[in-house]
Design a protein around this ligand. Structure first.
Ligand SMILES: [Zn+2]
Length: 183
């Protein structure tokens, strides 16, 4: 990564800002930034590293209107998108994240990383479903991410769900209450 001229920033905070949205970590053209005051920061680091691998993988080229930056601008009300464009972007982001999560699991195996694979996949599934709920309510989590809520993570299977677009009612309710802080 360093050879590619990219940086790794580890920030001793609970979250870092990406496109105006608080997150556990992010990957940009210049490198990876991760918030390390979280018990799962190492997983986040590997996840973001896998986004770098996607960037370096010429077979994997999502377009601008399939990117997080595009989506976040809409989420924050800075960009208007048609319902179809939101659906298309959300689908692309879920596919992008699914590809990234599968790469994480490959790395866990390849390097025998100290990450509990089953629990990691449960969390990945909870983020995947969360993206669907976030698009529905045009909201992002406030403080507590879905991966930090055991009740949500416990609900998830320990293998990747085939789709992340069908969300159980209970899951949606907990996201509304604890991530979006809606009644
Ligand atoms: Zn990601």
């Amino acid at each position: 990564m360093i050879d590619e001229g990219m940086s790794i920033k580890l920030i001793a905070k609970n979250s870092v800002m990406c496109d105006g949205v608080a997150t556990g970590g992010y990957c940009s053209g210049s490198g990876i930034t991760v918030a390390t005051k979280r018990s799962d920061w190492f997983e986040t680091f590997i996840h973001e590293y896998c986004h770098v691998l996607q960037d370096l993988d010429e077979t994997y080229e999502p377009t601008e209107d399939e990117s997080w930056g595009y989506y976040d601008a809409w989420l924050l009300g800075k960009k208007k998108l048609s319902a179809e464009a939101v659906t298309q972007c959300t689908n692309a982001i879920r596919a992008n994240e699914m590809d990234c999560e599968r790469r994480v699991v490959q790395l866990i195996h390849k390097y025998n990383l100290p990450i509990n694979e089953g629990r990691y996949i449960q969390k990945a599934n909870s983020y995947g479903l969360f993206y669907t709920v976030a698009a529905k309510y045009r909201s992002w989590y406030k403080g507590t991410s879905p991966g930090q809520i055991d009740e949500l993570v416990d609900m998830m299977p320990r293998e990747f769900k085939k789709y992340w677009h069908r969300v159980p009612k209970k899951f949606e309710q907990i996201v509304k209450e604890r991530c979006f802080k809606l009644a």
